[in-house]
Design a protein. Structure first.
Length: 489
RNA sequence: GGUCUCGUGGCCGAGCGGUUAGGCAGUGGUCUGCAAAACCAUCUACACCAGUUCGAAUCUGGUCGAGACCUCCA
């Protein structure tokens, strides 16, 4: 039952039963960042979506090889194939080596991934590390007649390809529409047709990133690296390819064409596209000036932010929507997520202190089944979270005595809540540092003293303790029998 | 202009033919020395107009509105 996983496949536009090529192995490729600037929250959402997919596939027993590339060359700024390389441009601007740019923002990217508890992929290859393989693939494509050389550059011949294959199936375009919608070439272009895209670009002598090739000293086109690296590490046909919605066309479309042009095989069985994070209904993007970095988010130091939010609050916020839908950012929504997440975390703590009784009114098995069902339905995290809140309600009801649970159900409830919260949704467990024991002891003492003063009806003292602790973000929860505390970040 | 997606209650956001989504906020209770938390109950919905159906937020057509892609973007 756990493995009846359905995935919304962008290629067929249908929800399909997931059947890997060679179970229990699964190959998954996700387009990673171009490391020329800081990632913003919109980027984080995409990688978080695939983090969930990666985690859940493993959770239900698959052995996943997850490849996520680092683009460190070939991604051009601005107009089509005529722009400047993003990395090289940044290097010139900052007057440093291109590889310093790459290193800096790769480090930054990994730091952000860690901050949000997004797991590392199995392989994180970079484009510059695969120049030879890229040249080899270009040679294959030329040999098959789908690419041509022009003035030291090599272009993919889209029209030629389309005469024997369909170009545009993934993004639902047909080539006639594309032709009628593109601008005329200015006559200076090396390309035969405006739809053609670069596989190799000849570099000017002043260009900072250059490699030898049979055609010229130059650099590879952006789309090529993904075709090459996915093939190298996952094979000519593999299970899942993911990326942001905005990469569907032209990037993913070109990938498919390149793979088929080189090896003759359609590369991917399941295409998965994550949707955009929006701000006031508009896509978060650097050009809109509405993107903020994770650092700004945590500190709240941005004009769109009323306050700072913890990474796990943001994670919770994002997972409350489905990866395939746009998600609109707002302070109100973040604050709601903050409270909701806190409620979940508290319940996860409470469940460990519950006492079973002989009677039982809880069906933990059913809850478990519902959690699996939610995730099996195209990784529906908002539904999963809704079910976890059913669990929260149960936990709190048992805690305050209005429901009863037996040992068997309590054990399972605890397990389900923890596994789905931490392993599937990836919420970080509260870590106790080395002073944990000391703090536990101290708090026990403080709470005991407060209890004394309350019994003596010495409200001044008990309230003072509570208020002062509150200033340290330590919150006291009084219930009938006992008082508990927790430290909020 | 072309292709596509979406319009759900105060906010975010699931559902996609018949059942309470869920979280946050609001209201009324219970508990409490007070507060918070928690529990119980409860109020706000499916852009608009037609059609299909015993029955539509969910299907079809139209209207209006928003967005994405078509150029780099997660």
């Amino acid at each position: 039952m756990e493995k009846q996983l359905y995935i919304q496949n962008s290629l067929t536009r249908e929800k399909e039963l997931f059947t890997p090529i060679s179970a229990p192995n699964v190959g998954m490729y996700v387009c990673g960042p171009t490391v020329y600037s800081d990632v913003h929250l919109g980027n984080v959402r995409t990688f978080l979506s695939f983090d969930i997919i990666f985690r859940y596939l493993k959770f239900i027993g698959y052995k996943v090889r997850y490849v996520r590339n680092i683009t460190d060359v070939g991604h051009l700024v601005g107009e089509g194939d005529e722009g400047e390389d993003k990395i090289a441009r940044k290097a010139k601007l900052d007057n440093i080596e291109p590889m310093e740019v790459v290193q800096k923002y790769t480090n930054g990217f990994r730091g952000v991934m860690r901050l949000f508890n997004i797991q590392d992929p199995s392989i994180e290859p970079s484009a510059t590390g695969h120049i030879i393989e890229q040249i080899e693939m270009i040679e294959e494509i030329i040999k098959n007649g789908f690419a041509y050389e022009s003035n030291g550059s090599v272009y993919f011949d889209v029209k030629k390809y389309n005469s024997t294959h369909d170009y545009g199936t993934l993004s639902g375009r047909n080539i006639e529409d594309l032709i009628s919608n593109t601008r005329e070439l200015d006559g200076q272009s090396e390309k035969r047709d405006s739809l053609d895209f670069a596989l190799w670009k000849r570099a000017d002598p002043h260009h900072l990133m250059r490699w030898n090739s049979p055609w010229s000293i130059g650099f590879p086109g952006w789309h090529l690296e993904c075709s090459v690296m996915s093939t190298k590490y996952l094979g000519e046909t593999f299970d899942i390819h993911g990326g942001g919605m905005d990469l569907k066309f032209p990037h993913h479309e070109c990938e498919i064409a390149q793979n088929i042009g080189a090896g003759g095989k359609s590369p991917v069985n399941y295409w998965i596209h994550g949707n955009m994070l929006t701000v006031n209904g508009r896509k978060m993007a650097k050009s809109e000036g509405n993107g903020f970095t994770p650092e700004e988010l945590v500190t709240g130091n941005h004009k769109l932010l009323e306050k700072g939010y913890s990474p796990m609050t943001v994670r919770f916020f994002m997972l409350q929507s489905h990866y395939g839908s746009t998600l609109d950012f707002s302070n109100e929504a973040l604050q709601a997520a903050e409270k909701g997440y806190k409620k979940l975390v508290n319940a996860l703590k409470t469940v460990t202190s519950l006492h079973p009784s002989d009677e039982n009114e809880v069906n933990a098995e059913e809850l478990q089944a519902k959690c699996y069902a939610a995730m099996n339905d195209d990784f529906n995290t908002p539904i999963l979270i809704a079910h976890l809140f059913e669990g929260v309600k149960i936990i709190n009801s048992v805690y305050d005595g209005s429901a009863k649970i037996d040992d068997k159900n309590l054990t399972l409830l605890n397990k389900v809540m923890n596994l789905f919260s931490h392993e599937v949704l990836g919420f970080v467990k509260e870590t106790s540092n080395s002073n944990g024991h000391v703090i536990e002891g101290l708090m026990e003492l403080v709470i005991d003293l407060r209890k004394q003063s309350r019994e003596d009806k010495n409200w001044g003292v008990s309230d003072k303790i509570r208020d002062q602790l509150a200033q340290l973000n330590i919150k006291i929860n009084d219930s009938k029998e006992e008082s508990t505390w927790n430290h909020e970040e």
